[in-house]
Design a protein around this ligand. Structure first.
Ligand SMILES: Nc1ncnc2c1ncn2[C@@H]1O[C@H](COP(=O)(O)OP(=O)(O)OP(=O)(O)O)[C@@H](O)[C@H]1O
Ligand SMILES: [Mg+2]
Length: 244
């Protein structure tokens, strides 16, 4: 499955999806332009993770269209979408905790020769991973595990990266560092859709933002224009000091 690099990396039109008989996406419209960072924001349970699952083929939409690089891929399945360059960094760190950092990277590599390149690139991007190459992934800090998860995802040279809650449970400074890397990865040509519940840091690097409420994208546009919509969306939430 080859796509057209000039087309949006991802386009969802009127996407509906359900778990059993319960519909949770009620017509999602979302576009990720090539080599850009799009932030998908919204409170708990509105359908952000489900939207990512549709985009990577883990959930098949019941209606609407999913396009990856201009190709209609509804129902293509996760394996075919992975071959088309769609890669996820799932919520809660996509690493093998009992394996070392180096072993985690080796497993993400196609073969031994490729592994050498993957290690080199991962340690150049995240020097901290290089210092901890022989440490088990489970004993890394939360932020270091996210770095490893990103490095593993990049090992497959993805065209579209889908990232769920990169910042979960991490200190603000570390989140900023991770998002600087996200911005760099996009400049290198990868299109990135990032889900975040809290918006502040991601909006610093995202070109576009979309706000999800109740299974739909209620607002989408340039990141700079979303502040008003966010205030309205989160009005009345109790807040934890981590407001957008
Ligand atoms: N595997 C599942 N089976 C049944 N219902 C599910 C499943 N996964 C999610 N849901 C429901 O679908 C709705 C949307 O969930 P989703 O995980 O997409 O939300 P979210 O916006 O990512 O939330 P959060 O910010 O808490 O991660 C929720 O009501 C959730 O309970
Ligand atoms: Mg989620």
């Amino acid at each position: 499955m080859t796509g057209d690099a000039a087309r949006p990396a991802l386009e969802l039109r009127g996407v509906r999806a359900a778990y059993g008989s319960i519909e949770v996406l009620h017509g999602v419209d979302l576009v990720v332009p090539p080599a850009s960072v799009v932030a998908l924001l919204g409170p708990n349970g509105v359908g952000k993770t489900t939207t990512l699952k549709v985009a990577c083929g883990l959930v098949t939409p019941t209606a609407g269209c999913v396009h990856v690089a201009g190709r209609h891929v509804n129902g293509a399945g996760a394996h075919r979408l992975a071959r088309a360059g769609v890669r996820t960094v799932p919520e809660g760190r996509g690493v093998f905790p009992n394996l070392t950092v180096a072993e985690n990277l080796a497993l993400a590599s196609a073969d031994r020769r490729h592994a050498a390149t993957v290690h080199e690139q991962a340690y150049a991007r995240f020097p901290r991973l290089g210092e901890r190459a022989r440490q088990s992934a489970g004993s890394l800090s939360g932020g270091e595990q996210q770095m490893l998860a990103l490095a593993r995802a990049l090992a497959t040279d993805p065209a579209l990266l889908l990232v769920d809650e990169l910042s979960m449970g991490l200190a603000p400074l570390l989140v900023e560092e991770l998002y600087e890397q996200v911005a760099t990865i996009a400049r290198e040509g990868v299109s990135i859709l990032v889900v975040e519940q809290f918006a502040h840091t991601v909006l610093g690097v995202a070109h576009h933002a979309a706000l999800m409420m109740n299974g739909r994208v209620q607002f989408s546009g340039p990141s700079a224009e979303i502040a008003g919509a966010l205030d309205a969306a989160y009005l009345g939430t109790t807040g934890t000091g981590a407001r957008p």
